[in-house]
Write a protein that binds this ligand. Structure first.
Ligand code: SAH
Length: 299
């Protein structure tokens, strides 16, 4: 009898914009992802943005990987409360046309944004960087944020350096990513080589970013954003929502159907392991803790 070896090809979730969005939407519903960001935005961001408007008549803001804009608008409202007299010029950098469309839709429904002028850049951060350099633009930014997006760039350190070079005096750069101590960090550590199936999706956490910054001698502040995600459905065989959540957790399209049984069992075991999750009232609650890193431009 000949032995047949099955080949398993994993396709990155980022190659399928509409499935990615379905997974992301469900992730938002099952986690406190946006709530923990909103808590940070209302409790910490006002202090962080205190000095960005000093001596200015308007503010330049750049949002990189803004998604559907919900978090961006929350930050804009805090910026406006801090600096009510200032107009805001907002560059949105977002490659997904579906996401950009939702963002524009959201803006059109908000009557109180007349202090903001939006420029829509449907492109990746590296395309934005190329264009910026071609234009030889000397424009500087007072506030730049990249929230949950550095996973999608080839070289997170170089991306941070470029945007940091755009900061005005007193400007601030805000990065939010999964904490190295979160369940995401553990999955990354254990399965990086097997799950990162393209060079555009990185297993990167704030732990990596902090060591890149420290090596370069860049000063920063960091803030922990505790957050959880209910992943119980991942353990119900054949559950449609569980499969979407698993795709999101592994960043692999149709993970349940395309991963080898060994990889699938290994990932499922790790997801419910105490390193990643706690069991509570019959639910499996994954550690989704995020971390915010703030870099200030002092001169
Ligand atoms: N900041 C939003 C969305 C996070 S999801 C929030 O926290 O809710 C990550 C976003 O990054 C997606 O909208 C995705 O389209 C975008 N993205 C993916 N690759 C990117 C790249 N190379 N440059 C900029 N944005 C990117």
């Amino acid at each position: 009898m000949s032995k047949v070896t099955m080949a398993y090809f994993l396709n990155s979730l980022v190659n399928n914009d509409s499935r990615y969005l379905m997974c992301f939407q469900l992730f938002l519903e099952r986690s406190s992802e946006h709530q923990c960001m909103k808590d940070f935005i209302h409790q910490q961001l006002p202090h962080i943005l205190d000095s960005v408007g000093d001596g200015k008549s308007d503010l330049n803001v750049i949002g990189v990987g803004s998604g559907a804009g919900e978090i961006d608008l929350e930050m804009l409202s805090v910026l406006h409360q801090k600096h009510p007299g200032l107009m805001v010029d907002m560059e949105v950098v977002e490659p997904s046309s579906l996401q950009l469309h939702s963002y524009r839709d959201l803006v059109s429904k908000k009557p109180d944004l007349d202090y903001v002028t939006f420029t829509w850049n449907e492109m990746t951060s590296s395309e934005f960087e190329e264009r910026w350099k071609l234009k030889r633009s000397t424009k500087k930014a007072d506030f730049i944020h990249m929230i949950e997006m550095l996973y999608f760039v080839k070289d997170p350190g170089a991306t941070i350096s470029f945007f940091q070079s755009l900061l005005n005096k007193n400007g601030k750069l805000l990065i939010i990513l999964a904490s190295g101590e979160s369940g995401w960090g553990k999955v990354c550590q254990s399965y990086k080589d097997q799950l990162c199936c393209t060079d555009i999706i990185q297993c990167v956490t704030t732990g990596d970013i902090k060591s890149i910054l420290s090596t370069k001698g860049v000063n920063f502040h960091s803030y922990e954003l505790p957050s959880q995600m209910d992943i119980s459905e991942c353990f119900i065989e054949g559950d449609e929502k569980g499969e979407l959540l698993l795709d999101f957790l592994t960043q692999v399209q149709d993970f349940s159907k395309t991963a080898s049984p060994e990889l699938k069992d290994g990932v499922l075991d790790l997801l419910r392991h105490p390193d990643c999750s706690v069991q509570s009232n019959g639910k499996v609650i994954f550690n989704n803790t995020l971390e915010a890193i703030v870099i200030a431009q002092l001169n």
